[in-house]
Design a protein around this ligand. Structure first.
Ligand code: C5P
Length: 399
């Protein structure tokens, strides 16, 4: 619930601006107060009248509105909220934010605020994929701006791909996550989760049985303690949790790039079952059956070890790096050796022999291995494992 929370909502100029009306309605339903600001181009898509009607508040549009400067200056306006939300955040607004521009009311408020900022980007897929936008996104993440979406799907312009404004409930979950008061408030934690898919050709891939359940529970538990979570997930069976920034990836190399782009972080939790190898030369042509019955020979190359890389960073290493060791033999011995080899701080060892039913199941039995201790946790639900781990992480980061 968002009872009593004050949100400054900046509505940018995009076809998705109409969804901001629903966002205002639902935020108010949850007890929040919404002070709306509409950019000049935003006013081409929604009218100040409908926005102010739904918000039951005055709408701010111009920087040099003398009456407002007398009543409430733009500095005060930018700080009289608990959170600034930009929805939809256009490519132009993101560029202005990343560049530190302050040439209209929206960009000036974003520069002047001392409150957390959450953006929900929305734009054409090519504009989203453009290196400039991706550069700006990385800058904004580095500036601790919270990002929800965009979603993948059909766009108003007829194209398909990432760029659609996140659904309103997802934006609200993101807002709730940022405003959640908990011991991990202000901490940025990256969680990797799920399997990776390594293409053989455009239609075939190599995968593993990871469902993503444990990583998803961990991300949810960390967000519930107030952390700002970046959730880098391979193609999992379970839906990502609400209130986190979801970065979907397919391959180990995409996961590596996404984790690095999400840094700096206070902690990185590598719960993904990353494929150890990818197929060399997987191209855009489907491998055909050979008329003579010859089978294709696949050549493999090793994938980057994300956990080891982050653990061994010379500068900017997160304060806490946690890995998993899914083992079938000598679980504790192998996991202990793995912690030392990879140089992560903690490793959660689990027994994934098929008869345990752990891989893809609802329960887990782990041992938390640190430099000087091994704490055996009895078999429990993956949600309980996640909550215990989140509490341990919170204790470690806030001590
Ligand atoms: O070496 P192994 O795959 O058993 O190590 C498991 C741990 O390392 C997990 O935490 C997993 O997320 C991480 N890992 C990784 N990148 C890889 C392989 C594993 O981050 N390429």
């Amino acid at each position: 619930m968002l009872a009593g929370k004050r949100i400054l909502l900046i509505i940018g100029g995009g076809i998705a601006a109409f969804k901001s009306l629903d966002l205002i309605r639902r935020l108010r339903e949850q007890g929040a107060t919404v002070t709306p600001v509409i950019t000049r181009s935003g006013q081409q898509f929604v009218t100040p009248l409908s926005v102010s009607g739904l918000a039951a508040q005055k709408v701010y549009t111009e920087l040099f509105d003398l009456t407002d400067e007398a009543e409430m200056g733009h500095i005060e306006l930018s700080r009289a909220a608990d959170l600034v939300v930009v929805a939809p955040a256009t490519a132009d607004l993101m560029a202005k934010m990343a560049g530190g521009h302050a040439d209209d009311l929206a960009s000036t408020l974003l520069m002047a605020t001392d409150k957390p900022v959450l953006i929900a980007p929305s734009m054409n897929v090519r504009m989203w994929d453009h290196p400039a936008t991706q550069r700006n996104l990385a800058t904004l993440r580095g500036d601790c701006i919270h990002v929800v979406g965009p979603d993948d799907g059909a766009m108003a312009c007829g194209e398909f791909g990432p760029g659609r404004l996140a659904e309103v409930p997802a934006i609200i979950d993101g807002i709730s996550g940022v405003l959640a008061d908990g011991p991990l408030k202000g901490k940025h934690i990256v969680v990797t989760s799920g399997p990776t898919h390594e293409p053989i050709d455009p239609v075939r891939y190599i995968a593993n049985r990871s469902s993503g359940a444990q990583g998803t529970s961990i991300a949810r538990a960390l967000a519930a303690l107030g952390a700002n979570v970046t959730f880098v997930t391979g193609p999992a069976d379970v839906a990502p949790p609400a209130g986190v920034t979801v970065v979907p990836v397919q391959t180990a190399r995409e996961m590596q790039a996404a984790v690095h782009a999400a840094l700096p972080a206070d902690a990185v939790i590598c719960a993904a079952a990353v494929a150890d190898w990818h197929v060399v030369g997987a191209g855009n042509s489907k491998i055909k059956k050979d008329a003579d019955g010859n089978t294709p020979a696949l050549e493999f190359a090793e994938n980057p070890d994300i956990l080891a890389e982050i653990s061994q960073m010379k500068t900017g290493r997160p304060a806490l790096v946690v890995g998993f060791a899914a083992e079938t033999d000598d679980v504790i011995g192998n996991a202990t050796a793995k912690r030392i080899r990879k140089q992560c701080d903690w490793i959660l060892a689990n027994d994934v022999r098929p008869e345990t039913g752990i891989m893809g199941g609802d329960e887990n039995a782990v041992t938390l291995i640190k430099e000087a201790s091994a704490d055996v946790w009895p078999r429990m639900s993956k949600d309980t494992v996640a909550r215990k781990l989140a509490t341990a992480i919170s204790d470690a980061l806030t001590k």
